[in-house]
Design a protein around this ligand. Structure first.
Ligand SMILES: NC(=O)c1ccc[n+]([C@@H]2O[C@H](COP(=O)([O-])OP(=O)(O)OC[C@H]3O[C@@H](n4cnc5c(N)ncnc54)[C@H](OP(=O)(O)O)[C@@H]3O)[C@@H](O)[C@H]2O)c1
Length: 252
C-alpha cells in the first residue's frame, strides 16, 4: 500500500525529556528537534548557552528530580506549557550512578541508605511520578513513554553500583507494568537499555569491557537517540512493553 505524505497542518508534536543537558539526552533533543518536534527539557541546571536548538531556553524547566515536591511542582509547570493539553512523548532519561571514593563501585554492602534512596528517587520514582502526573496529556495525544534503563539492570556490572543497577531493574519491571496499565488508554510504554555509550557516565577501564563486546566499540549517543525516536513515532505503533538492548551485542 502506498504511504501517504505527512500532513503539514498537524500540530507540532511535543516531547518532554528529562536529563537533556548532556550525553544521551543531548543527542535525543537534537534528533527530535531536527524532525520538527518541540522539546521541553528538564534538568537541575539552567539551560546551557551553547545549545543548538531554537526555543530551548523557553522550553527548559529546572527541576531536581531527586526531590519529590520539586518534581510535583515541575509537573504543574509542564502542564501549563502544553497548549492543547497534549503530550506526544515522555522520555525518562535522567539517571544517576554514584561511585565511592576514587570512582570505586558501590556494592550492596557499602552503599549508604541515603544513597539508595537518592538513586531510586531519580532513576525510578521520578519516571513514574512524571508518567502518572501527565497520563491525561499523554492519552489525549495517544503518546509514548520511553524509560531509559541499562544493561546493568539485568547483570552485575563491574562499575555500575548496586543501587543504580537495581533501580534500572525496577524501571524495566515498571515499564512492563505501565505498558499493561497505560495501553488501554492508547499510550505505549517501552524501555531502552543502553550498554557502553560514549558519555561522561563511563568509568576508566571501560576499554576492557569493549574488548568483549561483539561489535568491539562503544556506542554513540546518536545511536541511542535514533531508537528513542523510533519508539516515539509511527514506525513502532504496535510495540509496547518492550525493552530494546542498544549495546553492540554485549548482552549475548
Ligand atoms: N552512558 C551510558 O553508557 C549509559 C549506559 C546505560 C544506561 N545509561 C542511562 O542513560 C541515561 C543518560 O545517561 P548519560 O550517560 O547520557 O547521563 P549523563 O551524561 O550523566 O547525564 C545525566 C542527565 O541527567 C540529569 N540529571 C541528573 N540528576 C538529575 C536530577 N536530580 N534532576 C534532574 N536531572 C538530573 C543531568 O542534568 P543536570 O546535571 O543538569 O541535572 C543530565 O542531563 C541515564 O538514565 C543512564 O543511566 C547510560
Amino acid at each position: 500500500m502506498p504511504l501517504s505524505p505527512p500532513s503539514t497542518n498537524q500540530p507540532q508534536r511535543i516531547l518532554l525529556l528529562t536529563g537533556a543537558s548532556r550525553g544521551i539526552g543531548h543527542a535525543t533533543v537534537k534528533r527530535f528537534s531536527a524532525a520538527g518536534w518541540r522539546v521541553i527539557t528538564c534538568s537541575r541546571h539552567a539551560f546551557p548557552e551553547n545549545c543548538p536548538w531554537a526555543g530551548g531556553p523557553e522550553d527548559h524547566i529546572q527541576v531536581d528530580l531527586s526531590n519529590p515536591q520539586d518534581t510535583l511542582r515541575a509537573i504543574d509547570e509542564i502542564k501549563r506549557r502544553l497548549p492543547q493539553g497534549e503530550l506526544h512523548a515522555l522520555v525518562n532519561n535522567a539517571g544517576i550512578s554514584p561511585k565511592a571514593e576514587g570512582g570505586a563501585r558501590l556494592s550492596t554492602i557499602n552503599t549508604a541508605f541515603e544513597t539508595w534512596q537518592h538513586v531510586f528517587q531519580v532513576n525510578f520514582f521520578a519516571p513514574i511520578m512524571l508518567a502518572r502526573g501527565l497520563v491525561d496529556e499523554l492519552e489525549r495525544a495517544k503518546g509514548s513513554v520511553v524509560n531509559v534503563t541499562s544493561i546493568a539492570g539485568s547483570r552485575v556490572h563491574p562499575f555500575a553500583g548496586s543501587a543504580y543497577s537495581t533501580s534500572k531493574a525496577a524501571l524495566a519491571a515498571l515499564t512492563r507494568e505501565m505498558a499493561a496499565d497505560f495501553g488501554p488508554r492508547g499510550i505505549r510504554v517501552n524501555a531502552i537499555a543502553p550498554g557502553e555509550i560514549d558519555t561522561a557516565i563511563l568509568s576508566p577501564g571501560t576499554e576492557k569491557i569493549v574488548e568483549h563486546i561483539p561489535l568491539h566499540r562503544l556506542g554513540t549517543t546518536d545511536e541511542v537517540a535514533k531508537i528513542v525516536y523510533v519508539l516515539c513515532t509511527e514506525t513502532s505503533s504496535y510495540v509496547t512493553g518492550a525493552e530494546i538492548h542498544i549495546n553492540g551485542g554485549q548482552h549475548v
